[in-house]
Design a protein. Structure first.
Length: 496
């Protein structure tokens, strides 16, 4: 997989992620502004409420003062016993304040507080601080209503005054008092305010958490994409965001599919290279075999003719040795011709146990010389071409004997599994160096000084031509060559 598409995919994903993060931060900013507006609005409403309470209290005091002035204009005497009930009735209309009359003899009023009932006050019973405000306002009173607002440390007193009887009679006044600070909210108000604050805080927290999750998730995906550029099998982090986790899941499946395809492509490339080398070997082998087979046939005829003549003992031994070597060369030439022709071998059911015993018996002299034991375990019926399989077994058993240390045991294990019949040649040798495993079944690869490097190549080609496989493995410190072939119960067997 090329790095450029991955980089493009990452940049597009980053742009989308940045857009989503920007939206979340915008939502966070909106929530903060909403909270600020709520706080400011609450403060504004509180101030408006205080102003409204002050205006209402001043209006109530003004009405009480006008009612008193109307009574005075109607002939009510400012004598204390006569005016007392009137003042008490008017004081009850106030929330917190005083209503009364300023005369030349002094000030008479009735006061009501939020802590007790309205009760009349004598000329000297009005609060000193209120008396000063009232007397000052009364001195300046005229035939028009005057309202004087003051500012005290804890409240806002508002004094309304009107001189009665056309500006020549006594002065009716009222004093309304409003606390500067709002009254203590009720429990319900506190509860509503707490719910609003909690909801706002929850909104801010969820938005901030969402932005953090999105940031960490996109960062993990970016790191995973960078790792996938180097290795398609690299692990992909699981994002915390569910949507991005879904994307990561599909990305993981895509990377796995691409990695499998990449491995298949590499395996196919190796197979193609192997087939090219085998094709080249086949062409060379065919040419060499044709050139060599005729001289070999001529030499064999002459040696056979010499064997029929009376010879001395030494000459007869030499002739027999030459005939054996010519026979070995002829078998090699036939194997090379088989590999080059790519013909379908004629297969038949075979008793693998009996065939393996024969090959072990033929390899006994070599095993005895190398001080190695060769044993067979198990039995199986398989399908194959006897002559070709005998050559394959001879090659594998001979290689195992030569690779084993002295005193070791080479085991030929026969069995059957779902893949077919199995023949395993197991030895205790060191095996093939890991860095050279890729060359094991290539032509002319050998670890022996006198080897040609064609034995395993021809053995594998012969087994594959019969519908089987030849593999190499290391198991428990031992070298295992495994031949798999169809077992005798499978269909499609061609009998010779």
């Amino acid at each position: 997989m090329h790095a450029a598409p991955l980089r493009g995919l990452k940049s597009q994903g980053a742009r989308r992620a940045m857009s989503l993060r920007r939206r979340l931060f915008t939502l966070l900013l909106v929530a903060f502004l909403a909270l600020s507006a709520s706080v400011l609005g609450t403060m504004r409403l509180t101030n408006l409420g205080a102003s409204a309470r002050e205006a209402t209290a001043a209006e109530v005091g003004k009405r009480a003062m006008l009612a008193l002035a109307h009574r005075l204009d109607a002939g009510l005497d400012s004598d204390q016993p006569a005016i007392r009930p009137v003042l008490e009735d008017l004081a009850r209309t106030l929330d917190d304040g005083t209503v009364g009359v300023c005369t030349t003899d002094g000030t008479l009023g009735a006061r009501k507080t939020t802590f007790g009932p309205a009760r009349p006050r004598g000329p000297y019973e009005i609060l000193p601080i209120d008396r000063a405000r009232i007397e000052d306002t009364c001195r300046r009173a005229t035939g028009e209503v005057q309202v004087v607002r003051s500012l005290a440390p804890t409240d806002v007193p508002s004094v309304a005054a009107l001189r009665t009887r056309g500006g020549r009679g006594p002065v009716a006044f009222s004093l309304a008092r409003v606390p500067r600070f709002a009254p203590r909210p009720s429990a319900m108000s506190f509860a509503l305010l707490g719910v609003a604050g909690l909801a706002t805080a929850l909104l801010l927290g969820l938005t901030a958490h969402g932005a953090w999750v999105l940031r960490t998730s996109t960062a993990s995906l970016e790191h995973s994409l960078a790792a996938l550029q180097q290795d398609l099998r690299a692990p992909i982090a699981e994002p915390r965001a569910a949507e991005l986790a879904h994307v990561a899941h599909h990305l993981r499946r895509l990377a796995t599919t691409l990695a499998d395809a990449q491995e298949r492509e590499r395996a196919l490339s190796r197979d193609i290279e192997q087939q090219k080398r085998l094709a080249g070997l086949g062409r060379v082998a065919a040419g060499v075999a044709h050139e060599v087979r005729n001289p070999l046939a001529g030499m064999k005829l002459r040696l056979d003719s010499m064997a029929l003549r009376p010879l001395d003992a030494r000459s007869r031994v030499d002739v027999e040795k030459c005939l054996r070597e010519i026979g070995r060369l002829d078998r090699l030439v036939r194997t090379l011709l088989l590999a080059s022709r790519k013909r379908m071998p004629e297969r038949a059911p075979l008793d693998a146990g009996r065939m393996v015993d024969e090959r072990i018996a033929l390899a006994a002299p070599l095993a005895e010389a190398e001080d190695v034991r060769v044993e067979r375990d198990g039995d199986v019926m398989l399908v194959g071409e006897r002559e070709e399989l005998c050559g394959v077994l001879d090659n594998l058993v001979r290689n195992a004997i030569e690779a084993s240390p002295r005193g070791a045991c080479v085991r030929v294990e026969l069995g059957e599994d779902p893949d077919g019949a199995r023949i395993e040649v197991v030895d205790e040798g060191p095996g093939i160096a890991p860095e050279r495993l890729g060359e094991l079944f290539e032509p002319f690869f050998t670890t022996k000084g006198t080897g040609t490097g064609l034995g395993l190549v021809l053995a594998r080609a012969s087994v594959e031509a019969q519908g089987g496989s030849l593999t190499y493995a290391r198991r428990d410190g031992r070298t295992v060559f495994t031949v798999r072939l169809p077992h005798a119960g499978e269909q499609g067997v061609s009998h010779g």
